[in-house]
Design a protein around this ligand. Structure first.
Ligand SMILES: [Zn+2]
Length: 103
């Protein structure tokens, strides 16, 4: 069991490293600096921008009004990255709704 956990953790780290490398490789392969990002697109509790040049995606913080995190063509990967980041920071995605009256 613990061996399995170690392995998935290793793959997770490799995935994050690969994302950073992929971001650098994108410029080398496509010559795209992602200067022209689309207007933020909202999906569930996340917002992201799409590069109009190469189609790569990046998460967007609506409150700070700036993009953040790695570039990726896979939105699910970005969302997974953001969830891991929030968990690491101890930020809850949404406060639990406790509006029950004691009746
Ligand atoms: Zn681009």
């Amino acid at each position: 069991m613990s061996e399995q956990k170690k392995k998935s953790g290793l793959w997770w780290s490799l995935g994050l490293a690969a994302t950073g490398v992929a971001g650098a490789a994108l410029f080398l392969l496509r010559g795209c600096w992602h200067r022209h990002m689309s207007w933020p697109i909202r999906v569930q509790e996340h917002s992201y921008q799409v590069c109009t040049g190469c189609g790569v995606k990046r998460l967007f913080d609506e409150r700070a009004f700036c993009a953040y995190g790695p570039y990726s063509y896979d939105l699910q990967r970005l969302i997974a990255w953001d969830r891991a980041r929030r968990a690491r920071l101890g930020v809850q995605p949404e406060p639990p709704a406790e509006h029950r009256s004691a009746s």
